[in-house]
Structure formats: structure tokens, C-alpha cells
Design a protein around this ligand. Structure first.
Ligand SMILES: C[S@@+](CC[C@H](N)C(=O)[O-])C[C@H]1O[C@@H](n2cnc3c(N)ncnc32)[C@H](O)[C@@H]1O
Length: 314
């Protein structure tokens, strides 16, 4: 994968390339790829929310664009391959349109079968005042056939009761759980990439590398091709390189392409900054000053009642 000074990153699809980063519209990259060539598509598309990298359109126009990309992906997916579409909400005039619900019919109309709707739960984000703050997004995992690749062992997590034993029957006294750990389930607690996350770049909507690693480990084998049509700053590519898979993706914003190239080179060199997969979520110790509730005098006399009064007035 290396070429003297760093990673060799091709700009156009080639079956020989370990890493392809197409600086342009993903539809053009996908059209370069042959049918049945991709083991896993994993992506987080734009949500049509008017972010710095997108032009806001109507929901129908957005869905037509997504349908075009998804169809191109399905045509290139191997029979035992998977598509993982990670999405949140589209919001218009304070009304919420969950994109998994909006996009599900597109995948079904193309003959795909849903295997999981994984809820990715995280702790940080906007504080809403007229609805509950959003603290999850979902991953729609679809397969093309019933004969799909899925290996649970590489993604097992520590069991809650690893010492639990059968208490009756012929196995009485033997350990009852899998020694490799348990199935991680379909609700994943993984910190989102906010300002103090080690992977944070200038991109406003990165997903964490460890989220992609779990998908790659369970749905592909080393050397398989992983594709992210909406590559952003290259989180999927970093995960694929770390897991020894080939990867291809597209990104329209040149600033993000440059950052993705740098992160991919660092992944190849073993120096990329990532939050390690499986690292427990940080729980602040109760002795930490910001965890302790300040006494009223130290909080500028802001009691619960006075806070409520200020909120009501404002
Ligand atoms: C939600 S972000 C993905 C972020 C990515 N998962 C990461 O961790 O960096 C969606 C990205 O898609 C890019 N994009 C939008 N339309 C595109 C298109 N037609 N082809 C390729 N990239 C596109 C945007 O510039 C944006 O960076």
C-alpha cells in the first residue's frame, strides 16, 4: 500500500488499487466500478440540512438523488455483500423526517433485505427546547441475498456475567456464556465526534472510525473492497486501512479530500489518531469539580427555581 513517501492513493477506480479517493461526485466513481465488485458499502450521506457541504433541496428531490446513488451501489454489490446507510433526521419547520423511514422504501424497491436497524446512541449534541434533544442516529443494514457474510466473533463484546454457569442439566457447573464475549446487540453506545474527540477535524459531521470498524470486521474479510460514496474526511477509509481491507470512496469538497488523504497516509503509517475500538465510555469521577452541583451562593444564587424563572422570562 505504500509508495516511498506515504500511501498510494488512486483517484480513479482500479481493481488493483488498495485505496481510491475520487475527488468528485460519487455517481461518477460508482459508474467506473464493475458489477458484483463491492463487499460492503458503508456511508453517512448528506441529510439535506443545509450544512456547509450541501445545497438544501426539497425532500422529494433529495430522495430522488439518494435513490440514484443507492441503485448504483446495489448494482455493484456482491451477492453476499452488505449496505450500511447511517442516517439521522431531516428537519423542516421544526417537523422531523427520520431519514431511515424515508429511505427504507428505496432499498426495498431494489430487492434488498433489512438485517438490522442499529441504533447508534451518543451523549453530545444540540440542546433542543421545543422537543427532546436528539441523541441517536440509525444504521440501516441491508443485504442483497440471504447468503450474506456475517461473522460475529470479531465483534463480540465482554459479557456482563462472564463467570455465569449452568445451574442444572448435564452442563451444570460449566460456564454458560461464550468465552469470546457476547453479541453487541443493536443499540451501540459510541461517542460521537465532537470537539474533544481524538478524530475531530474541521468536518462538521464525521462519524467515528470505531463504528465503521465494527461493520467492517463483521461483514467483510481481509482484502475485501469497502466503498463509501460520501467519504467526507475519510473515516471509512481509515477504518478499512486499519482492518486490512481495500477501500474506495468519493468526496466533492477538496478541503475534505486533502484531510482524508492525510488521515489515510497516517493510517497506513500507523500514526493516525483514533479512539480505540471497544474503549469504555468515559465516566467523570464524582470528585471532579464540574460534576458536583455548586451551592447556590457559588452559582450566582441560581437555584432550580430562579433558573426556571429566567428560562420562562427569556
Ligand atoms: C455526512 S458527510 C460524511 C462524513 C464522513 N462520514 C466522515 O466521517 O468524514 C457527507 C459528505 O458527502 C459529501 N457529498 C455530498 N454530495 C456528494 C456527492 N454527490 N458525491 C460525493 N460526495 C458528496 C459532502 O461534501 C460531505 O462531506
Amino acid at each position: 500500500m505504500r509508495s516511498g513517501t506515504g500511501a498510494k492513493i488512486a483517484e480513479h477506480y482500479s481493481p488493483e488499487a488498495d485505496v481510491v479517493l475520487y475527488p468528485g461526485d460519487c455517481r461518477n466513481l460508482l459508474k467506473q466500478m464493475p458489477p458484483d465488485s463491492v463487499q460492503l458499502f458503508v456511508t453517512s450521506p448528506p441529510y439535506n440540512m443545509g450544512k456547509e457541504y450541501e445545497r438544501r433541496t426539497t425532500l422529494d428531490e433529495y430522495k430522488a438523488f439518494q435513490a440514484e446513488v443507492i441503485k448504483l451501489c446495489v448494482e455493484r454489490l456482491r451477492p453476499d455483500g452488505s449496505i450500511c446507510w447511517e442516517v439521522g433526521n431531516h428537519v423542516v419547520d421544526q417537523e422531523v423526517y427520520p431519514l431511515d423511514i424515508e429511505l427504507y422504501p428505496i432499498f426495498k424497491s431494489l430487492g434488498l433485505k433489512l438485517r438490522n436497524r442499529v441504533v447508534w446512541h451518543f451523549e453530545h449534541g444540540l440542546h433542543c427546547s421545543r422537543r427532546f434533544s436528539g441523541r441517536y442516529e440509525s444504521i440501516l443494514w441491508f443485504t442483497k441475498t440471504d447468503d450474506f457474510r456475517f461473522d460475529l466473533d470479531p465483534v463480540r463484546v465482554p459479557s456482563k456475567y462472564p463467570g455465569k454457569k449452568y445451574f442444572k442439566g448435564p452442563k451444570r457447573g460449566q460456564l454458560s456464556g461464550n468465552p469470546l464475549g457476547k453479541n453487541p446487540g443493536d443499540v451501540w453506545d459510541i461517542p460521537n465526534v465532537k470537539h474533544n474527540h481524538p478524530e475531530k477535524t474541521v468536518h462538521p459531521c464525521q462519524f467515528p472510525v470505531e463504528l465503521v470498524q465494527r461493520l467492517i470486521r463483521s461483514m467483510t474479510k481481509p482484502g475485501d473492497l469497502v466503498v463509501d460514496p460520501f467519504m467526507g474526511v475519510g473515516s471509512t477509509a481509515v477504518a478499512a486501512v486499519l482492518e486490512g481491507r481495500r477501500v474506495a470512496g468519493a468526496e466533492m469538497v477538496s478541503r475534505y479530500v486533502s484531510i482524508a488523504k492525510k488521515r489515510i497516509s497516517e493510517a497506513v503509517a500507523g500514526t493516525v489518531k483514533v479512539r480505540p475500538i471497544g474503549k469504555p465510555i468515559y465516566v467523570p469521577p464524582p470528585t471532579l469539580a464540574i460534576v458536583r452541583r455548586p451551592p447556590p451562593s457559588r452559582a450566582g444564587n441560581r437555584t432550580v427555581e430562579s433558573y426556571a424563572a429566567v428560562q420562562a422570562a427569556g
